[in-house]
Write a protein that binds this ligand. Structure first.
Ligand code: GLU
Length: 473
């Protein structure tokens, strides 16, 4: 093996190979699963200021074993074909793990969003969407984008509007061409927080495993665990917020582009998010100290390290410094495959991206289903359940001779709203998938880490689809 650092795609492929040997699947089949099925590389001009700029962009559909394909669109100056291919492949395995019936895809536009005005970003997004429409690389039954690093619901609304301008008149399900949309534009409540919330559910489930915690010298349960977060974007901020508020986790350090801050007694995440929103930086947050070297987030002793930014953050050159007991991959591909070897040797447990950050695509799936059904979740049954619960309370009151206050009754009887159902579906998915991976790890003695167990779980499902579909002659 050369000493050259593996590319992101090579790193994913190596992890794949490491797992494939445990599946017993024929080589031809694993080769087919591994390959990217379609790669669309494009260049298009966009009017910027008084001139034009040629924009480089991609959409990769990794696997067509299920339709549509699904995956976010990233806006970043680091976008390249290798990165988008790696991310598309991860989407295939991610969807399989959480039983979301899509193939994997990913898009990337090589722009730094901070360097453009909103009007310029809108032109770039709309033009990119037109390129996808032209090549039939977008549509509710074809390929469904979503937000990723550097994009959010604003961009998804532009994609929807552009798609509907061209196709809306003839396609009744056109709203399902993209997910992560604003709620008033056919989005779903609970999508924005979904990846971070899924990260919390996944970590909570893992920390509830008594034997696993014992091996690490930790007490069971997520409550009181210390956490370091790298990246306070959408995923990192919601993962931190929910871990603190619902799990009782103590977040002792946060790293961002501007620097790293720390407080051993815990940083209050809602206040920190508000502080960054008003000042544009995490530095100077009350009761925090700023690390001299911002890169030292990696060296902080903690129970859980949460890389929630970009890929390849923990590499061969810095993996030795990690002092965390658990790494939760909230980002996609934050650990390179050679760094992983070092971390596993040190006894650090890695909860892999393809499972841990799958909450986003899970709720995207719910949004897509909502779009196809043209109705909000809960609309049909909320009142019915509420009335039934009220009847039940009245019966109990009659039988016991005791009464509840009107407020208590309303609270107990309340029927589920859309956001309640989304959270419940997400929790069920993350818990269920955790045990699928955990069972693979426990039953297969030769598998010793969660990533390989997750890969094997995913590969068997994708392989099963290919085998039952057969190969079109
Ligand atoms: N970009 C997110 C991911 O990496 C979400 C993808 C989606 O919702 O389709 O999982």
């Amino acid at each position: 093996m050369s000493s050259k650092q593996a590319s992101f795609f090579e790193s994913v492929q190596r992890n794949f190979d490491k797992a494939a040997v445990h599946t017993g699947l024929p080589q031809g089949l694993t080769d087919q699963i591994k390959a990217c099925n379609a790669v669309y590389q494009m260049r298009f001009p966009v009017k910027i200021g008084s001139g034009y700029e040629v924009i480089e962009a991609y959409r990769v559909q990794h696997s067509h074993h299920r339709s549509p394909t699904k995956g976010g669109i990233r806006f970043s100056s680091h976008v390249n074909q290798d990165e988008v291919m790696a991310l598309a492949a991860l989407m295939t395995y991610k969807c399989a793990i959480v039983d979301v019936p899509f193939g994997g895809a990913k898009g990337g536009v090589k722009v730094s969003p901070r360097s453009y005005t909103p009007a310029q970003l809108e032109r770039i997004t709309r033009r990119y969407t037109v390129e996808l429409i032209r090549k039939n690389f977008i549509g509710p039954s074809v390929d469904v984008p979503a937000p990723d690093y550097g994009t959010g619901e604003r961009e998804m609304a532009w994609i929807l509007d552009t798609y509907q301008t061209f196709k809306g008149g003839s396609e009744i399900d056109s709203a399902g061409c993209v997910t992560g949309k604003p709620v008033n534009q056919n989005g779903i409540r609970g999508r924005t927080e979904a990846t971070g919330r899924g990260v919390f559910y996944g970590l909570r489930e893992y920390c509830d495993q008594k034997p696993e915690m014992k091996k690490l010298g930790l007490s069971p349960g997520i409550e009181g665990k210390t956490m370091v977060i790298q990246g306070l974007g959408n995923v990192g901020s919601y993962a931190g917020l929910i871990s603190q508020e619902e799990g009782g986790v103590k977040i002792i350090a946060v790293a961002e582009m501007e620097g790293t801050i720390m407080n051993k007694d815990g940083l209050d995440i809602p206040s920190l998010i508000a502080f960054r929103k008003s000042t544009g930086s995490i530095l100077g947050f009350p009761d925090s100290t700023t690390l001299d070297n911002p890169k030292d987030w990696i060296k902080i002793e903690c129970d859980i390290l949460l890389p929630a930014a970009l890929e390849s953050q923990i590499r061969k050159d810095n993996a030795k410094s990690v002092k965390a007991k658990i790494i939760g991959e909230a980002a996609n591909g934050p650990i390179t495959s050679d760094a992983e070897d070092i971390l596993l040797k040190k006894g650090i447990v890695i909860i892999p991206d393809m499972y841990l950050n799958a909450g986003g695509v899970t709720v995207s799936y719910f949004e897509w289903l909502k779009n196809l059904s043209h109705m909000r979740f809960g609309r049909m049954e909320k009142r019915f359940n509420q009335n039934k619960n009220m009847d039940l309370i009245s019966t109990v009151e009659k039988l016991t001779g005791k009464t509840l206050s009107a407020r208590e009754k309303a609270q107990i009887a309340r029927g589920a709203d859309e956001v309640d159902l989304v959270r419940s579906g997400l929790e069920e998915t993350m818990v269920n998938s955790f045990y699928q991976i955990h069972d693979t790890l426990k039953k297969r003695k030769k598998i010793t880490d969660y990533r390989t167990a997750a890969f094997v779980t995913a590969l068997n499902k994708v392989a099963n689809d290919y085998m039952t579909l057969g190969v079109f002659p």
